[in-house]
Write a protein that binds this ligand. Structure first.
Ligand SMILES: [Zn+2]
Length: 291
């Protein structure tokens, strides 16, 4: 009897080992390591793929995306990735230099503003970028197709809700000008929702505003009795604080999504949740009737 149990235990152990090794083989076959440049491709990849892939964010949380320069760690991370997604050659001119097979997401976009490279701020563009990512992965991993298509339905539904909310709330705003102590990253929102957008820094953040430009903006804020100005997290807050003190206007934050704070990253904030936060702050700052 004892012997019988022992044999059964050995047999079960062998079956368990066999099943685990089979599972591992299956896992290895599907395993996908993806590198992404900034938080824009990161959040789209997360929405499209869920847990189907491991994502490595090259521009780590808390880093200013425009100022990023590849390090030896970037190259090491890229070597371990099977796919590398980036936004565009304007935003990440280093991407193709590091990996000739890098996949650009900002392709075949329905909306293009030549002055503003922050293309994902248009919801139509965000949909196309996510779809480009989905199409690429389905091509190399056809067995992911069903899961990806399910995830895309959820993603499009959330984007549609955002489109509805933006179209519902922003036309009701008393003020139509976004005074932004930050860079030219919200041109698409301004255009899509008929707002005016005044930014102190250029689109690629390579130019500091002059004293004259700052003085002009301060004058405009005072003249128009503006109660709220906007700024962004990835920027040194000193200038926004000075302008706030000088004008009495309160500061509200807008998120460009290309960069992400460590806290927001840990909380797992997505494009969708960050764009909703942007809308909430715009609604307060522009004194919209609907909030
Ligand atoms: Zn930017």
């Amino acid at each position: 009897m004892k012997c019988y149990f022992k044999e059964t235990a050995v047999l079960l152990f062998c079956v368990a080992v066999f099943l685990i090794s089979c599972g591992k083989k299956q896992e290895d076959k599907n395993h996908l390591n993806i590198a992404v440049s900034s938080y824009v491709p990161y959040t789209f990849a997360k929405s499209v793929l869920g847990n189907l892939a491991n994502l490595t964010l090259l521009i780590s949380p808390g880093t200013e995306a425009h100022a990023f320069e590849p390090t030896p760690k970037t190259i090491k991370d890229l070597k371990q990735a099977q796919v590398f997604f980036y936004t565009s050659n304007f935003l990440e001119p280093w991407a193709l230099k590091l990996d000739r097979k890098a996949v650009m997401l900002a392709k075949n976009l329905p909306q293009v503003l030549p002055t503003d490279p922050h293309v994902w701020m248009s919801f139509d563009n965000a949909e196309t970028m996510a779809q480009n990512l989905a199409n690429y992965i389905i091509k190399i991993r056809p067995n992911f197709e069903t899961r990806i298509k399910q995830n895309m339905i959820a993603f499009f539904s959330e984007i549609n809700s955002l489109k509805f909310l933006y179209s519902d709330i922003l036309p009701t705003c008393k003020n139509r000008t976004i005074y932004h102590i930050g860079h030219l990253a919200f041109g698409y929102i301004a255009r899509d929702y008929n707002l005016e957008f005044k930014a102190l820094f250029s689109a690629d953040m390579d130019q500091e505003p002059s004293a004259k430009e700052i003085a002009e903006l301060v004058k405009a804020i005072k003249d128009n009795k503006v109660k709220y100005i906007f700024s962004e997290e990835q920027l040194n807050p000193a200038l926004a604080l000075t302008i706030s003190q000088e004008t009495g206007a309160q500061i509200l934050m807008l998120n460009t999504i290309e960069g992400i704070s460590k806290e927001d990253f840990m909380e797992g904030k997505t494009y969708q949740t960050l764009m909703l936060e942007n809308l909430k702050n715009l609604a307060v700052g522009l004194e919209c009737k609907r909030q």
